[in-house]
Design a protein around this ligand. Structure first.
Ligand code: HEC
Length: 153
């Protein structure tokens, strides 16, 4: 759905961390806070284990993409060493999110929120990484990652 992240194949440790942050009111989204509020620790773990076992979305076709935006996005991602934490194929792992094939609208919104400090992660890694990237740069990064070649099955 619009502005709603794809969850299948997110590393279970990343998923449990996010559910925890929502439950404790440290990541704010009215809908998700309402959902997570009543969850026990066991619920958080059970949902996260399940999410982690689902296959990530398959790679979409590269046809019709704007080559210039893909290459600008790829270059920024390389300059800012996003793959050093998110993995060479952006499939994430442990407490780090899968980015490959994530929805572009959600990626852009969450990058803006990290950059402005509205979204605080479990650590400050993301808030620091995005310092100095222009608004247009964030758009190209979201474009690139949402079409990134492939998330590991
Ligand atoms: C030092 C390690 C590190 C680096 C470098 C890094 N990230 Fe992250 N990223 C993380 C962690 C950890 C999280 C989970 C944050 C949290 O606790 O909410 C994350 C989360 C994200 C999310 C949120 C995903 C979601 O599903 O909500 C996006 C988008 C993202 N990173 C993009 C990037 C981009 C783009 C770059 C490069 C410009 C980058 N990251 C570089 C560690 C890193």
């Amino acid at each position: 759905m619009e502005m709603t992240p794809s969850l299948a194949g997110q590393p279970s440790f990343y998923a449990v961390t996010q559910l925890f942050l929502y439950r404790e009111g440290r990541r704010s989204n009215a809908l998700m806070t309402a959902v997570a509020k009543g969850m026990s620790d066991n619920d958080l773990r059970a949902f996260s284990d399940y999410i982690g076992k689902l296959p990530p979305p398959p790679a979409t076709s590269m046809e019709g993409l704007v080559a210039q935006r893909m290459s600008r996005g790829a270059q920024l991602v390389q300059e800012h060493r996003c793959a050093s934490c998110h993995g060479a194929d952006f499939s994430g792992g442990k407490q780090v999110a899968r980015l490959a094939q994530q929805r572009e609208d959600y990626l852009l919104q969450t990058l803006i929120e990290f950059q402005s400090g509205k979204r605080l992660g479990y650590t400050t890694a993301m808030n620091e990484t995005l310092v100095g990237i222009s608004a247009e740069g964030l758009q190209d990064i979201a474009y690139f990652l949402s079409h990134a070649p492939r998330a590991k099955p």
